[in-house]
Design a protein around this ligand. Sequence first.
Ligand SMILES: NC(=O)c1ccc[n+]([C@@H]2O[C@H](COP(=O)([O-])OP(=O)(O)OC[C@H]3O[C@@H](n4cnc5c(N)ncnc54)[C@H](O)[C@@H]3O)[C@@H](O)[C@H]2O)c1
Length: 354
Amino acid sequence: MKLLVTGGAGFIGSNFIRHWLKNHPQDEIISYDKLTYAGNRDNLKDVAENKNYKFVWGDICDLFLLQKTLRENAIDTIVHFAASTHVDRSILEAKKQKHAKDVVDLFTESLSSDFVLNNVWGTQVLLEAALKAGVKRFHHISTDEVFGHIPLESKSKFNESSMYSPRSPYAASKAAADHLVMAYHNTYGLPVTVTNCSNNYGPYHFPEKFIPLAITNLLEGKKIPVYKPGNQIRDWLHVEDHYRAVEMVLLRGKIGDTYCVGGMPGEISNLDVAKMIVKILGKSEDDITYVVDRPGHDVKYAIDWSKIKTLGWEPQKDFEHGLAETAAWYQQNEWWWKPLKEKNKEYYQQQYGN
Ligand SMILES: NC(=O)c1ccc[n+]([C@@H]2O[C@H](COP(=O)([O-])OP(=O)(O)OC[C@H]3O[C@@H](n4cnc5c(N)ncnc54)[C@H](O)[C@@H]3O)[C@@H](O)[C@H]2O)c1
């Protein structure tokens, strides 16, 4: 295969590329990434010299560069990770004051939402380029957040038939992207597959997301900020289980199908995750502090992954073990996360205060 991986310099994309190069040494991979604040070429420093790997600094909104890259590298498979991904940033951004003077200004202003630009428009441009290039597969990475949330007391789970009901600007932009992907399949016959997965964790996770933020804060002698009241429930998927799921769908998935991917057999609240991290790092529960809840905060996600199980996939990482390994990785790789936190300290200040 000749793969173009968009968002290959991000958390999941880089872990996927490293795995694919190791498991499919005959294949060639182009990592195509705009290098936003979340993109980091250091994530793939260890494979930079691999002859089957190449990096292209590019934007998925740039049709010309996409077409050139697909053509020159005879790409037959696109794995689409690139997106603006941080829910809190999507909320801050939507709240920004807009001062449009006229219609043109209004149009430009509306495009200043990175979430709409990268996740919706970018996906549409990429679909167009994929169609023109005649790729054999377009795999789209999406999230369970497109389905909204589940009441805390409910035992129901999201599955492939769940209704779309996104609740944050991020989730809404991902939902729009999912619809565009399926529309290109139904209208033009583009051979697509989609995975909707739960919250990932693992190495190279940008340190503003909950688990890496909690770990690195403790390592810096700071507290873990937990959104009040801390009872929100998430399904946690180790990034290794996620990239194996994407691999399984690429190799055995049915064209035009969607697969839900989750990682937990039971339920765990954010506060309990914080307590586990405190214990792993030998700290005290006094190192957990509550912060004002995120507006419209989804209370619970739970995923039924029985469909992808029929392809032969199931999560292998037990959460407790995966979390301890992840904490150890952050302990050993300060060189990776310290500069990222320093560079983005304005964001942390704005979001959590001191
Ligand atoms: N992290 C999670 O828990 C999670 C859960 C469910 C789904 N997802 C989805 O998985 C995908 C990857 O998430 P992640 O956590 O690795 O994100 P990330 O923020 O770590 O990485 C995103 C990457 O996309 C790149 N990018 C953004 N806009 C781009 C553009 N216009 N052109 C080219 N590159 C661009 C960034 O530079 C970055 O390298 C996303 O589509 C996300 O919605 C993530």
